[in-house]
Design a protein around this ligand. Sequence first.
Ligand code: GLU
Length: 493
Amino acid sequence: MTDSTSKVRVRFAPSPSGDLHVGNIRTALYDWAYARHTGGTFVFRIEDTDSARVTPEYIAAAVESMRWLGLDWDEGPEVGGDHGPYQQSERIDLYREWAQRFIDNGHAYHCYESPAEAEERVARQKAAKAPPGYDGHSRNLTPEQRAAYEAEGRKPVVRFRMPEGTTTLHDLIRGEVSFDNALIPDFVLMRADGSPLYTLAVAVDDVLMKITHVVRGEDLLSSTPRQIAVYRAMGVTDEQTPSFAHLPFVMGQDNSKLSKRHGAVTIGQFRADGYLPEAMCNYLALLGWSLGDGDREEFDLQEMAAAFTLERVNSSPARFDPKKLDAINGTWIRRLDPKDLANRIVPFLVGAGLLADPPSATDLETLAAAVPLVQERMITLGEVVDMVGFLFISEVTIDPDAAAAVRGPDAEAVLKAGIGALEALAGFSATDIEAALRAALIEGLGLKPKNAFGALRVAVTGRRISLPLFESMELLGRDATLARLRAGLAALS
Ligand code: GLU
């Protein structure tokens, strides 16, 4: 295993065949934290050998998501480094070179099995209840047999000759894990068209990029003995082999593997819904790790990096709990400086068509005044559209259910009395408004506080549930408030 005095080099190596999901980001976060904790190097590598599924758009989105989360890298896309390129599609020649070397030194061979023959083999193995996988047919072809296949025009794949014995790795999270090599069939390194497969590319890159620690998801544990065999074929000794740490699966609430069925799982979706990057990092860090500081659950990236060790990563599956993420997001929203929060809200209001792009100075002032009210109650930035939308429209559209709930003679009386009270007001602060309305409706009309304000709220905001009413009126100002109450009088009487 890696010498503990050597500089740590840890990589995050996604194959973005879609937007990065919760599991990817948890891996990236642990990779980053391990590199930062040890003063090592964080390498970001794009594994795009499956070019049909990994598109330039997904790669760009992955890079952008990492930036958004604040997971900075020392080598990789945009920043370069001494061991690049960091995108596998730009390293194809290296993989071909190594595949050829393996053929030359006997670690790999050309395999001529046709798709039809592969199908037959699978059927045969099934019938005989034999373990599936390649049967080694092309392992030891004579030059004549090879020439005959070539003459038929068959295009071979390059297959790795899996050695006999046992592969044992000392996983930093799981402890010792052993694999019987006899159960691992010879595997393909290179397709017939000369394109490399993951197992070849990942091993070549880890070696050439001098990776010391492979910290990644548990789904890749079973591919590790194949990778170690390729390292060995490259001349990497046991001591030089990277240390492995396989992170626990992330499950949904029902204990099945987290997927779209469980709601939002991609980082783009969480971002669009208005989760903060601070909260995403904080919550995802808790999926398999804890700060160990009296179980304190709120911490930022720097605190995580300072405390992060692989020893404290849990080996049992973690469960993704959207409610807990909400709670943590709410906490982070409340921690923000109100100016910062306002800036983060703007794109959501612009996106909803409530603010111009760029917003007017007056609208920004209104927003700044509304922020202290929403900051206490928001769970996501996205929610703010419903909460403060009424401030940025010229006319309220009253929600039909809300109208039905308050419409009638009482509403008429309340609105008339309310308009009278507010017209007579000198100042228009929430306190002035509250005092005037209480006097007019509770003392004047003898209404219970519970019933007094519903019609006013619906007239002013269009909804039954909104920000505190008197503050909302103050934010709107006298003219707009009275105009809405008068329109409400017509609509709700
Ligand atoms: N590119 C692989 C994937 O996204 C991970 C490679 C690795 O970490 O070894 O599944």
